[in-house]
Design a protein around this ligand. Structure first.
Ligand SMILES: Nc1ncnc2c1ncn2[C@@H]1O[C@H](COP(=O)(O)OP(=O)(O)OP(=O)(O)O)[C@@H](O)[C@H]1O
Ligand SMILES: [Mg+2]
Length: 244
């Protein structure tokens, strides 16, 4: 597996605590902000995992905005806004960059993918996305068209719950595509709940918890253990969950 050549565009992100106006107000009150000083990003793939509400999307969005992406998603050329709901965490974020600049990039969030598809239609650039409006394809098809056709490599890709669109088989296909793009000098930061995606071997997994942000091994994640336990014992677990 070719790993050492991956171009390291973003080395580290952190919170400049001296700039935080108050740790009692949103978004600075979130555990992800209170617990973070700096985290090192893997040159290939960094996963952000943790419970619903842990702050994964807030952190990824702040990294995206601080890196010049539109808050709702897209490439650096996207400037549309349907609802200005992003947090101001990026104001206190520090980013340490590598020497090389990425030539491509995309910020993709499941929750605003529809708006990104509309913007692609409006810009008349469907040629870069498989020559078909993303709106004329299913959620999973349009997502895969984007990743297969538009992501060109030598890029930084920030993905928020990419599994939301994808069947388990397509999640496996996404792992292959991520690997191709990593070998083409790309770096990914991915917020996910998918025990399939986070198995990508050449990665760092950060678990965002209420009291810490820590690196975890894949098999130590809750996603792995709960899914494994369920699939191995689904009948007895369901009997326990559903008992009156
Ligand atoms: N505008 C806001 N004002 C106050 N709190 C907010 C605001 N927007 C989001 N939050 C809170 O910030 C917390 C972190 O949200 P975030 O979307 O980052 O979580 P997440 O880890 O991505 O969760 P999920 O796994 O469900 O996507 C949540 O508890 C959410 O309710
Ligand atoms: Mg989220």
């Amino acid at each position: 597996m070719k790993t050492m050549d991956a171009t390291h565009y973003l080395l580290q992100v952190g919170i400049d605590r001296s700039k935080v106006p108050s740790f009692n107000e949103y978004p600075y009150c979130l555990p992800v902000c209170r617990n973070m000083t700096t985290i090192d990003l893997h040159p290939s793939v960094t996963f952000l995992v943790g419970e619903n509400g842990a702050g994964k999307s807030t952190l990824l969005e702040a990294i995206a905005i601080a890196s010049g992406f539109n808050a709702e998603g897209g490439s650096r050329n996207f400037g549309f806004s349907t609802r200005a709901s992003h947090s101001c965490l990026h104001d206190v974020l520090t980013i340490r960059r590598g020497l090389k600049r990425p030539q491509d990039g995309f910020f993709l969030r499941a929750e605003s993918f529809y708006n990104v598809a509309t913007e692609i239609d409006n810009l008349g650039v469907t040629g870069y996305y498989g020559n078909r409006s993303l709106h004329d394809q299913s959620h999973g098809e349009s997502f895969m068209a984007l990743v297969m056709e538009r992501f060109r490599g030598n890029g930084i890709y920030l993905l928020d719950e990419p599994e939301a669109a994808l069947s388990p088989t397509r999640q496996l296909a996404l792992i292959s595509r991520i690997h191709q793009l990593v070998q083409a000098n790309s770096q990914f930061i991915i917020a996910t709940h998918s025990p399939i995606l986070m198995a990508y071997p050449n990665a760092t997994i950060y678990s965002l918890a209420s009291d810490s942000i820590s690196k975890v091994e894949y098999t130590d994640t809750e996603h792995y253990s709960v899914t494994r336990q369920f699939l191995n014992n689904h009948e007895s677990m369901l009997a326990e969950l559903l008992k009156e």
